[in-house]
Design a protein around this ligand. Structure first.
Ligand code: URA
Length: 517
């Protein structure tokens, strides 16, 4: 009597490592795919021929293989393809691995049906991983008792078995938060140190939306541009099945319905003088109730309002307290800031520290923040190269900056370091080289000193840096006087500095070391 197929049991639907261990042993033992059945608890079993594919023909090359070898293309796709929800995935990949041991031309045959099918599985899983990173929304829940930190809970419905694979990303990105992600098949929680996986949950187990979501809806409605509405493109990027998870998505239908009328109204408007203005909210405080800085920091840690966050290590919100003497706004965190979670700690930050020392302004008495809260970059090999934020990222972060300003005393001087910051603070494009060193006034009456970003000085040829530093210092010289009123004895005025820094001025150092790392 013929023995039935050998059943290989895996630890769970995401047990790619178990599949790898079993497959290596089976390939070494020359067990043909048609003799196997792969079984995962809770999943329909699937044998090799369930999908109607042809069995691997015995080949003249059949014989003992000393070692199991597969090409990099296989190693690249298998970890993803094995997370697909299709119960035939294990059999397909084993068959492909088996054939790769025996058919030398297969690794170079991009059109082979098994390769194509495996690539399609991997692609679908990669897309699901990306969508989870982009569309997952945490909801804040109060801590268990007085003084207990908040918890953040998100509901998501992945199409494939990606919770384990994506959890380390969320742990890195939201390292300082306590959070849980609930999905129908699997849950994961992070307590600040460890990931714990558990069974699936029901949608009702996740909290309803929180106050922050109402704010984002107000914001989304205010930046919605009917003339730019391209529903099909939007649905390709943000498929409808994710809409229930997104606080802003419920506005799409009513705003789209109104788009034609609003567009006609826009066409009928007389032309405006300045065409490229940011929305009016750019330079005003939000209408929503003002949250404290700590609450804003916590909320921003989960921000996914633009795609930058999905590729950054963490949100870099700000540094400084609500009674800071002045507010310095940069562009966006750089590589070092992204890794350390603090603004201005890289080379540009060190230069900023130098100019603050020159001005006699202690960094710890200031509020340092950025127009954009995530590191935007491109990968060049292993290096992450800074990428200037675009209008979309700037707008997406605008709500945070305006809320920060609303949480700080209104009389604190603001300093815009560079064009992006100036634009975010003033709500219009600013020609920094023309307007540098000047105090400009926002529509809410707050005063903004515009100057260069320290990174702009670092990019200059070494021979020009010392003079540029002096000019930068000149731009900022009026700042200590503006903070003078609230200044403690620790803050010296510009004239005191002029007196005391004659010997110690770092700008007296050679340019290459003065502005270098
Ligand atoms: N550049 C910025 O604009 N901000 C930082 O935090 C660091 C570099």
């Amino acid at each position: 009597m013929a023995a039935g197929p050998r059943v290989i049991r895996l630890g769970g639907p995401a047990d790619a490592a178990g599949w790898g261990r079993a497959s290596r042993a089976l390939l070494r033992d020359q067990v043909p795919p048609q003799d196997l059945r792969w079984a995962v608890e809770g999943e329909a079993e699937a044998g090799l021929f369930d999908d109607g594919a042809a069995a691997a023909e015995p080949s003249p090359l059949d014989g003992p293989t000393a070692a199991v070898a597969v090409p990099p293309r296989f190693l690249d796709l298998a970890p993803h393809a094995l997370l697909h929800a299709d119960p035939r995935r294990h059999a397909l990949l084993y068959r492909l691995a088996w054939r790769l041991q025996r058919e030398p031309g297969l690794r170079h045959d991009p059109l082979d049906a098994d390769w194509v099918a495996a690539e399609a599985l991997a692609k679908a899983v990669r897309r699901d991983l990306h969508k989870m990173r982009a569309f997952l929304r945490f909801h804040e829940q109060p801590g268990d008792g007085p003084g207990e930190p908040s918890r953040f809970v998100a509901w998501f419905e992945p199409q494939h078995h990606i919770v384990e694979a994506n959890a380390p990303f969320f742990a890195r990105r939201f390292a300082s938060m306590r959070w849980a992600i609930l999905t129908p098949l699997r849950s994961v929680a992070w307590d600040g140190e460890r990931l714990a996986f558990g069974a699936g949950a029901r949608r009702e187990d996740a909290p309803a939306e929180d106050a922050q979501h109402a704010l984002w809806r107000t914001y989304y409605a205010s930046i919605f541009n009917p003339a730019r509405l391209k529903l099909q493109a939007m649905q390709r990027e943000m498929p409808r099945r994710y809409w229930p998870l997104l606080p802003e998505a419920r506005l799409i239908a009513p705003l789209a319905a109104e788009a034609t009328r609003r567009m006609q109204t826009m066409i009928d408007q007389p032309p405006t003088v300045t065409r490229r203005r940011l929305p009016a909210m750019a330079a005003t405080a939000p209408a929503a109730p003002v949250a404290g800085l700590d609450a804003l920091r916590r909320q921003a840690a989960g921000c996914t309002a633009c795609p930058l966050g999905a590729r950054a290590t963490q949100t870099v919100f700000s540094e400084g307290s609500a009674d800071a003497l002045a507010v310095l706004v940069g562009e966006q965190p750089g590589d070092q800031e992204d890794l350390q979670g603090r603004p201005f700690v890289g080379p540009a930050g060190r230069l900023l520290d130098r100019v603050l020392a020159e001005l006699g302004l202690p960094r710890e008495r200031l509020y340092l923040t950025n127009a954009v809260k995530h590191f935007g970059h491109e990968l060049r090999g292993q290096r992450r190269i800074h990428k200037t934020p675009g209008q979309r990222e700037l707008l997406a972060c605008q709500g945070w900056l305006q809320q920060e300003l609303a949480a700080l005393p209104a009389d604190r001087p603001l300093v815009a370091l560079g064009g992006t910051a100036a634009r975010a603070l003033l709500g219009r494009p600013v020609a920094v080289l023309r307007e540098r060193g000047q105090w400009l006034t926002r529509t809410d009456g707050r005063r903004v000193l515009v100057t260069l970003h320290p990174a702009a000085l670092l990019r200059l040829p070494a021979g020009e840096q010392a003079a540029a530093f002096e000019q930068w210092l000149d731009d900022l010289r009026s700042l200590p006087a503006q903070v003078g009123q609230g200044a403690s004895p620790a803050v010296r005025t510009g004239s005191q500095r002029a007196h005391s820094s004659a010997q110690a001025s770092p700008s007296a150092q050679p340019p290459s070391t003065s502005l270098g790392q």
